[in-house]
Design a binder for this molecule. Structure first.
Ligand SMILES: [Fe+2]
Length: 254
């Protein structure tokens, strides 16, 4: 069976994702009429949030189609898709960050899809131009700061973080991480390659330390006074504020 993957970067509304999955399941049914009794949509996902589980449950309740989730790290899932090739059982790939979606597309693992619901609800800028993937949720990569050492009025843009006043004060995780790669890609798109390169150099010059750890570690480092500003994804702040780990809660509050 010539079965390529429809790739989705999972995000927001229940109705939305349910509709997308319904579309996929129908395709599977068309391809394999013998399976009409037990319809299943196979989802490869590197997301492991409770909200996703609730979406799947709602979807099954609404459509009667079972959602079979295969969880793994996104790079591993993409590798697995490549290895399984045309024999893969996967219908949908859900991952975080457009950079990863792009990677899967470049490897030829995705096929185009056409959904009126997606077209109507997702701005074109958040969809692949060849319709091999769509965003479903978005988050921002933001600048966090030490409340006691930085006045938010001092902050403006990512570009401004290369200003001399931030020398020795900027924290971020490694550039091997997809979040930073996508951020730089957006800089290239907006300001051009030369300016993006200059910006990256300027940012490195202002580093408080060599990049280490993940986004949460940057927040902790700001709280500990290692640096004064850090670049992190918004949802980590919420996760830390609601963490069982008091150290994380305290760091996020600072
Ligand atoms: Fe993350």
């Amino acid at each position: 069976m010539n079965k390529k993957i429809k790739l989705l970067s999972l995000t927001s509304a229940l109705l939305l994702s349910a509709s997308i999955f319904a579309g996929c399941a129908k395709t599977a049914e068309e391809k394999a009429p013998a399976q009409q009794k037990e319809q299943v949509v196979n989802v490869y996902s590197d997301r492991h949030y409770d909200t996703d589980k609730k979406l799947y449950e709602e979807f099954t309740k609404k459509t009667g189609i079972k959602v079979n989730v295969v969880e793994g790290k996104s790079d591993e899932l993409i590798e697995r898709l490549a290895r399984e090739g045309k024999d893969t059982q996967a219908d949908v790939l859900i991952t975080a960050d457009a950079g990863r979606l792009h990677k899967a597309k470049e490897e030829g693992l995705l096929q185009s899809f056409n959904s009126e619901i997606v077209n109507k609800n997702i701005p074109q800028s958040l969809r692949d131009k060849d319709n091999t993937w769509t965003a479903l949720t978005v988050r921002a990569r933001v600048i966090v700061y030490a409340k006691d050492r930085v006045n938010p009025s001092e902050l403006s843009t990512y570009e401004a973080l290369t200003d001399a006043k931030w020398k020795g004060r900027v924290l971020t995780r490694s550039s091997t991480n997809i979040y930073n790669q996508s951020l730089l890609a957006s800089m290239i798109e907006i300001n051009g390659e030369e300016k993006a390169k200059e910006w990256a150099k300027g940012l490195v010059q202002n580093f408080a330390r060599d990049p280490q750890g993940n986004d949460r570690d940057q927040v902790k480092a700001v709280a500990a006074g290692v640096g004064d500003v850090a670049i992190v994804n918004t949802y980590y702040i919420g996760k830390m504020l609601n963490s069982q780990d008091q150290e994380e809660v305290n760091a996020a509050k600072k």
